[in-house]
Design a binder for this molecule. Structure first.
Ligand code: ADP
Length: 483
């Protein structure tokens, strides 16, 4: 039995079977199909021999991928909790280390030995579970761009994971490795091969029903006036929280609880919930007509954001939703641009869907261009999420892409290999959208600057004024962007 001390070197956290993670599948709500798949694995883990007689083996590795806060860690803990197995939790970044010595940062070749230690410890407690969060930190594509440095060392760590996983015998003393990432696209394909992470499960944003179910889980220990009122309020919050992750939903309820306590009330009410929701969305209105309350730097960022949104709206006008005006008087995580409601039915062509993905990227592209990638702020944070959501809609629900004619109501209908295909295609649209958006903003840079100045001076700008600036602005020709 390896001494637990060696865990110190791998920096992993250890939870014994007796202690237990205390998490069960009941704690995870929404996306029932994920639980069904994982429940099957738990059954195999528990009854190892019986299943082996039938020739059914547990996968060696399960990879959970999807946006942060969607419950991947929670699911890993639930597997350990349900199976009653010891749990070793590590983070991909734990394996790579820089140490300052003699005043310079040196990369230590610790990745491989840390991986080795972790697997040795887990094996000595087998059957057991290893969870590696942010596995992309150590398992990204070899020979790819060396984001953040430490490439050679990371490679050693990755090779060691592959060796360890190949080395297990499928036997009663199994170690199940669970990996989590929000960057499936940069993972080394070698990790995804048979006998390694051969079960890939996408954990996506919850649907409306999913959100309600998650809210119910987190409302279990909260006080409401009555069951009926609780159901009604949660239903309402569920409707207002499109694009929210499980973690964000949990925050809304916690925040509402805190507000309730602060007001010395006994029960969470509608007002507290809506207030908490507003805070979570980051959509606090300044409540004042003039913009003097907003710090100058933020005003500048807002002005650039609205200017970029305006230029894209002129370049790719939406025939069904003409824009009317925008301002920099309120701080919201989404653009302030307003649009006219047009009556009648909308018949969008594929190009219009694609253009809307390009438009959605504008806040993020301009902020990166003007302020730098390391200096982004939350006013552009919803942009890429929105663009990706539109791309997924185009792929899954319109039948207009290379994905095929099949109609998928939502992601939970996708089997894993289709999920990978979806992701690849979505990333292709995203690449085009970002490049195209960036090209349009370079071509019309002068218009962006003029609209920005206008907004900083007047606080708001109308559609006619935007069109006027756009049409008159000098343009800088750009190379074509390949779709
Ligand atoms: P990830 O590992 O995907 O970043 P986490 O598992 O750390 O996300 O999620 C953070 C917290 O959010 C969880 O501990 C849980 O309380 C809550 N949460 C997220 N998704 C769900 C879900 N589907 N059901 C219930 N709670 C959830």
């Amino acid at each position: 039995r390896a001494a637990l001390g060696s865990l110190g070197k791998s920096r992993a956290k250890f939870i014994s079977a007796e202690e237990s993670t205390g998490v069960t599948f009941d704690d995870f709500a929404g996306q029932e199909y994920i639980k069904r798949e994982l429940q099957e694995i738990v059954r195999i883990l528990k009854n190892d021999e019986e299943f082996q007689d039938k020739g059914i083996y547990c996968p060696k590795g399960v990879l959970l991928h999807g946006p942060p806060g969607t419950g991947k860690t929670l699911l890993a803990k639930a597997i350990a909790g349900e199976a009653g197995l010891p749990f070793f939790a590590a983070n991909g970044t734990d394996f790579v280390e820089e140490v300052k010595s003699f005043g310079i940062y040196q990369r230590l070749s610790v990745a491989a030995s840390r991986v080795k230690d972790l697997f040795a410890s887990a094996r000595s407690f087998a059957p057991s579970i290893i969870f590696i969060d942010e596995i992309d930190a150590i398992g990204s594509k070899r020979g790819g761009p060396d984001v953040g440095g430490g490439g050679a060392e990371r490679e050693q760590g990755l090779l060691q994971i592959l060796t360890e996983m190949d080395g297990f015998k499928v036997s009663t003393s199994q170690v199940l490795v669970i990996g989590a990432t929000n960057r499936l696209d940069i993972l080394d394909p070698a990790l995804l091969r048979k006998g390694r992470f051969d079960k890939i499960i996408r954990v996506g944003l919850p649907s409306k029903d999913g959100r309600l179910a998650i809210l119910k889980v987190h409302a279990r220990n909260k006080m409401f006036r009555s069951e009926a009122e609780k159901d009604e309020l949660l239903q309402e919050v569920g409707e207002l929280t499109e694009d929210f992750t499980g973690a964000e939903l949990q925050n809304v309820l916690n925040e509402a609880g805190i507000l309730t306590a602060r007001k010395d009330l006994d029960y969470i009410g509608r007002e507290e919930l809506l207030e908490a929701l507003k805070r979570q969305k980051g959509t606090f209105e300044t409540g004042q007509e003039d913009s003097t309350e907003i710090p100058e730097e933020l005003k500048l960022r807002l002005a650039y954001r609205e200017a970029a949104v305006a230029v894209l709206a002129c370049y790719f006008p939406d025939p069904y939703r003409p824009f009317t005006q925008t301002d920099i008087k309120t701080i919201r995580s989404q653009p302030n641009m307003s649009y006219a409601e047009t009556p009648g039915k909308v018949f969008n062509r594929k190009s219009e869907y694609v253009n809307s993905i390009v438009r959605a990227c504008a806040p993020r592209v301009i902020e990166e261009e003007m302020f730098g990638i390391d200096n982004l702020c939350w006013i552009s944070s919803k942009a890429t999420l929105e663009a990706a959501r539109r791309a997924e809609f185009l792929i899954l629900q319109t039948g207009m892409t290379a994905f095929g004619k099949a109609y998928y109501r939502n992601q939970s209908d996708l089997v894993p290999n289709l999920a990978a295909k979806l992701e690849a295609l979505r990333d292709e649209y995203m690449r085009y959208a970002v490049e195209k958006c960036s090209s349009v903003l370079s071509e019309y840079h002068s218009a962006v600057e003029t609209i920005t100045d206008f907004l900083l001076e007047k606080g708001e700008i109308k559609a006619e004024e935007i069109w006027d600036i756009y049409k008159r602005a000098p343009r800088i020709p750009q190379p074509a962007v390949a779709p």
